[in-house]
Design a protein around this ligand. Structure first.
Ligand code: 1GP
Length: 235
């Protein structure tokens, strides 16, 4: 992640639960060829105990940076390059705003991970997503871009370095261009957008609306060939 860059970036999200060595190898090879910008690793709920092994494997086969995208404080691993330290600012769950961070703070200090303070904003995507269920928070209604914009602005004013607009992994509807535009207009820090993005046109639309970084997980899990399409995207 490069906050000083004006270049648009694409990140590949790897959920360690939804991959195996063979699949991961294929994904990494295709991601290297597509020249994606970095990897995120994590998930709302991890059933297999293979976070560290997944990170080590990616780092062995790619020069791209690997950042943690933790669903909970158990997903801290010093083998990664850095961590999106997420504060769920669209919700009112104190643990996800600051509580977990207090518990994780000493571990993070020891880990020497590059910390990227990120305001995490859930946008309603049409159906319940794992992230809204697990976080026990209500997403911002999709037709209220002004709430998303003010939430993002408050995050920036609190000193967060990135804003992440999240529709949820595998979301039925991705974050709308209208919401991305409203947030972009309000903040000056980099904007990450993810959840339910399944084709090149949606990636380009998110960039046009003002996203700096687009995150893709499910579409690549379903078909690694999607990474070939990504190669041709104008950033
Ligand atoms: C989820 O934003 C990411 O946290 C990516 O979502 O899996 O739908 O691409 P997808």
């Amino acid at each position: 992640m490069n906050s000083g860059s004006t270049r648009k970036q694409i990140a590949v999200l790897i959920d360690p639960d939804k991959t195996d060595t063979k699949k991961l190898q294929k994904t990494i090879d295709a991601a290297n060829k597509a020249n994606i910008d970095f990897f995120l690793v994590g998930g709302s709920l991890l059933l297999k105990n293979n976070l560290e092994a997944t990170i080590v494997f990616i780092k062995k086969h790619s020069k791209k940076k690997v950042y943690l995208f933790p669903g909970n404080p158990a997903q801290i691993c010093s083998k990664a390059d850095g961590i999106l330290l997420l504060s769920l600012i669209s919700g009112r769950n104190a643990d996800l705003l600051i509580g977990n961070h207090v518990q994780a703070a000493p571990l993070l200090k020891q880990s020497k991970l590059h910390i990227i303070p990120t305001g995490y904003i859930l946008i309603d995507s049409g159906t319940a997503t794992t992230v809204s269920y697990i976080s026990n928070t209500t997403p911002i209604p999709a037709n209220k871009p002004e709430i998303a914009a003010c939430t993002a602005l408050a995050g920036e004013q609190l000193g967060l370095r990135y804003i992440y607009l999240e529709a949820g992994s595998g979301a039925q509807n991705a974050v709308s261009q209208e919401t991305i535009k409203a947030v972009r207009k309000m903040i000056s820090i980099p904007l990450i957008v993810g959840g339910g993005i399944r084709n090149a046109a949606q990636i380009e639309a998110a960039f046009t609306a003002g996203a700096d970084i687009v995150v893709i997980g499910t579409a690549i899990e379903k078909d690694v060939k999607f990474l070939e399409e990504i190669k041709s995207i104008k950033k």
